[in-house]
Design a protein around this ligand. Sequence first.
Ligand code: DGL
Length: 270
Amino acid sequence: MAVGIFDSGLGGLTVYRAAADRLPDVPFVYFGDNAHTPYGVRDADDIYELTTKGVTRLFEAGCDLVILACNTASAAALRRMQENWVPSDKRVLGVFVPLIEALTERQWGDNSPPREVGVQHVALFATPATVRSRAFQRELAFRAIGVDVEAQACAGVVDAIEDGDMILAEALVRSHVDALKRKMPDPDAAVLGCTHYPIVEEYFRSALGERVKVFSQPKLVAESLADYLERRPEMLGLGEVPMFLTTGDPERVSDQATRFLRRRIEFHAA
Ligand code: DGL
């Protein structure tokens, strides 16, 4: 009854941790495409090819339901995958919708017309490919009116996190927040639109200041997954063994993952 979690690298572990806490009886199979991270600087075709390859591996591991715990893949590849590629007995879900539902104070499946919401000035921090896709603004426009979004493409942050260079990650986060504030001096909410960013969430929070409400995905996605599985329990696949798979160097990735999750994680070659 396994569920797959896909990311370009280590960022999806933030979603994995929240999902495993929320659904302790579900075995999760994690796939990190560490050999090809970051996706955020790649073009949409490239992201599509890599994502479908990784998701295929998760289907093979007995997962009928895969969460793309990667905004970049959700923004650049998910729609194309759902339209032409995902077999009818499988599901692939992204991480945007739960976030936008939280931001726009909506329950799952509320398809009523867009309306005014509590936030008006939203800062979006994401990878260059996610920002370029404008997927966030598109999904938001279905649900809210009168929300001004300023997006900051946070070049370099994912690489620094993957390399475990937290000093560089902090410096980059501060400079991206400064750049955003030059365009939008007083945001009332900030969205961490990359699953790597919760690893450095405290840097974002301290650079943004206390008045800015920060929306971070892991718990929102975990809640929405629990809700989905309650409605669709048959989507729990046949796999029974939790696993961590990587296209990168398993030893190195295991060490990094262990440091982030503060418990021993053993990755295997995908
Ligand atoms: N963690 C991913 C995301 O949510 C991917 C980052 C990357 O590979 O650039 O966008």
